[in-house]
Every structure is written in structure tokens, then in C-alpha cells.
Ligand binder design. Structure first.
Ligand SMILES: C[S@@+](CC[C@H](N)C(=O)[O-])C[C@H]1O[C@@H](n2cnc3c(N)ncnc32)[C@H](O)[C@@H]1O
Length: 345
């Protein structure tokens, strides 16, 4: 449980004590429903190890930024016990000791030397197999860790469109981009837009690669945030799944025939992961095939791959599935509204 809250104590009025007790009961009820829901999904044994691992603080690595002219000294990284992660093609370093990353530094152009993120996130962008000249769309981009990761592999002739619906988060995204990519490169390489990703239909078949890092239940995050945890209910995952399917349709609509969409979430709910893919495939309006690959950390699911912290030394959760678009749309997107209302869990 995220927190036991306050214990009803002496010195408080009876009403206050009752209110605190009621709050604790409510919290316990949410926790029981949460545990039951995921125990059904993972089975009691796996759920108990997964739950214990998710209660641990999240694990991070540092991803070096190729646009910084003064990268961290390799000797300093070794002295800090930071070892290169062999499963990321972009230089990323982590430690199994308590994470004590030195504060990132800036070069004289103001470019930051590294970005701190979960290695599972880097893996999801590896699945895009970015070529330097690719035209890429990051449909749900803020705060921008995965955009920064994509930018490490883009080069001359390439382009990245970063889309984010929330104005506040878009502001943060711009700050991140400004801190990691020099102004002239940014002007050439990146376009920031603020559309509703579920309605991203004006640019059909534009992109070579589309990353959809969808808003999701983020259960590990919830377990570390008492207030947010209280909002959890099974309905939340159903609501998220509906939005995720709408976003996935737009993502596949935007990629060219032969191009790749990577769908990802940090949820452990199959309703937000494989079931979104299966529902999309069942509708069959835009032909895609699932690309199956084996990754050095994590485990296979029916359509994708999931990195779960109990089996990967603390990384994740991070689910991703890779879809290759194989043909043109069979229908216009106009009929999407009716489907978006459907319960897909
Ligand atoms: C999981 S976060 C993305 C994290 C980001 N890719 C990163 O690595 O830093 C999902 C983002 O999608 C945004 N979002 C939610 N609904 C959206 C929509 N309909 N269209 C575009 N963005 C949306 C949220 O505001 C949130 O910033």
C-alpha cells in the first residue's frame, strides 16, 4: 500500500478519529481491489514478487547526449560504479548500487550531457530501429525522454515531429529539447505540435516511424503516490484502453506503408497492452503485421514485449509492441467514433 496514512491518535476529537479511520478503510479497499485485479492477471505467485519489486524506488540510467560537446569523463563514470548497458545501442550507463547520479552538466552552448530515464524506455525506442534519415512522429511526447533518445539516432535528412496535447507539458517538452539539442539543429530537425493525438488524421502515411508512448495507468508510479493511488479503479484501465486504441489508430494512419509503429505503455495491465493491439488487429481496417523480436531484458507477450522489475533487476514496467504497416486503409477513419466508445477490456 502506498502509505498507511495517519494513525487515529489520542488527543484528536472523536469525529476526527472517525474521519481518519474511514479514510484508511477507503484506502485499504482500493488497495485490496488493486491487488485482486492484478493477482487475477498475473497469478498469486508472480503478483507477489512483481508487487514487491514495484514498491522499490524506480530504477534509472543515464543516456548520453551526442549534442553535448563535453560528455562526462569515462573515468568519472567508472569511479561512480556506472557500467555501460550492453542492451542499448545509445550509450547508457547504470549502477546496481544506490543511484547517486551526479547532476547533469552543460557545455558552453548550454547542451546537457545526459538524460536520466528508465532503461526500458530506451529499449522501446530501439524497437523503432531509427535510421538517420527517417521521418519520425512521437505522438505523445512530453516530457521528452524518448524524443531525446530518438534524436540520438537521427541525422542529416531526418526529421522528428513531437506532439503533445497538454500545453503545460508541451512547455516542459520544449525546455527539454532546448536543453539537449542546439538551436540550429533543432530548427532543422524538430517540429513541435499540440494536437489531440486521437485526431491525428490530417497527415496520412507521412512518417517512416511513429512512436506512441500512450498515457496509461502507470501502476508503479501510483504505488508511490498516495493521492493518485486513491483514484485507481478497474474502470481506469478500461478508460485508458479506449483512449489508447483511438491513439493507436491515428498512429498507424500516420505511418507510411512499410513503416513501423511502436506502441508502448508503462502499464502492467494487459487491457492497456496486448489487448489494445489485438482489438486494433481484429478491426483490420489498416493492415499491419506484428514484428516479433527478442530483447535482452524482459519477456515476450502475445503481441509484444514487457520489461517487469521483478525479472529485470528493477527496470520497467515498460510494454511495447512493434507493428509494420503492410497496406493502405480499407476504410476512411470516419467510422472511428463508434469504435472508440467500445469497452475493450
Ligand atoms: C506516457 S506520457 C509520454 C512520455 C514521453 N514519451 C517521454 O518519454 O517522456 C503520455 C503523454 O501523452 C499526453 N497525452 C495524453 N492524451 C493525449 C492526446 N490525446 N494527444 C496527445 N498527447 C496526449 C500526456 O499529456 C502525456 O504527456
Amino acid at each position: 500500500m502506498p502509505s498507511q496514512g495517519r494513525k487515529p491518535g489520542k488527543g484528536l476529537s472523536k469525529n476526527k478519529q472517525k474521519a481518519i479511520a474511514r479514510e484508511q478503510e477507503r484506502r485499504q479497499a482500493v488497495f485490496n481491489a488493486f491487488s485482486q485485479f492484478y493477482e487475477q492477471e498475473y497469478g498469486p505467485e508472480r503478483w507477489s514478487t512483481l508487487m514487491a519489486a514495484m514498491h522499490q524506488p524506480s530504477r534509472h540510467c543515464i543516456m548520453l547526449n551526442k549534442y553535448c560537446t563535453t560528455p562526462p569523463d569515462p573515468e568519472k563514470l567508472t569511479a561512480l560504479n556506472l557500467a555501460r548497458l550492453g542492451f542499448c545501442s545509445i550509450p547508457c550507463f547504470a549502477t546496481t548500487d544506490a543511484e547517486r547520479f551526479p547532476h547533469p552538466s552543460k557545455d558552453d552552448q548550454g547542451m546537457t550531457d545526459y538524460y536520466i530515464l528508465d532503461a526500458g524506455s530506451v529499449l522501446a525506442t530501439e524497437a523503432l530501429d531509427i535510421e538517420p534519415h527517417d521521418h519520425v512522429l512521437d505522438l505523445c511526447a512530453a516530457p521528452g525522454g524518448k524524443s531525446v533518445s530518438v534524436l540520438q539516432r537521427l541525422g542529416r535528412g531526418g526529421h522528428l515531429t513531437v506532439n503533445e496535447l497538454s500545453a503545460d507539458r508541451r512547455r516542459r517538452l520544449r525546455q527539454v529539447l532546448d536543453g539537449y539539442v542546439p538551436k540550429d539543429v533543432l530548427e532543422d530537425l524538430v517540429t513541435v505540435v499540440g494536437k489531440d493525438g486521437t485526431k491525428y488524421y490530417q497527415e496520412p502515411e507521412q512518417y517512416d516511424k511513429v512512436l506512441l508512448d500512450a498515457p496509461c495507468s502507470s501502476e508503479r508510479h501510483l504505488l508511490h503516490d498516495e493521492k493518485e493511488f486513491e483514484q485507481w479503479s478497474p474502470k481506469r484501465t478500461v478508460h485508458n484502453a479506449t483512449r489508447q486504441l483511438a491513439l493507436l489508430k491515428a498512429a498507424v494512419h500516420s505511418v507510411r506503408v512499410g513503416g513501423t509503429v511502436v506502441y508502448g505503455t508503462c502499464s502492467i495491465s494487459s487491457a492497456e497492452n496486448d489487448k489494445v493491439i489485438s482489438k486494433f488487429m481484429r478491426k483490420g481496417k489498416i493492415p499491419v503485421e506484428v514484428v516479433k523480436r527478442t530483447w535482452p531484458i524482459g519477456e515476450r507477450t502475445k503481441y509484444g514485449w514487457i520489461v517487469l522489475p521483478d525479472k529485470t533487476d528493477g527496470w520497467g514496467p515498460l510494454y511495447f509492441a512493434t507493428l509494420k504497416r503492410t497496406g493502405v486503409s480499407k476504410n476512411d477513419h470516419d467510422d472511428s467514433d463508434e469504435e472508440e466508445q467500445e469497452d475493450i477490456a
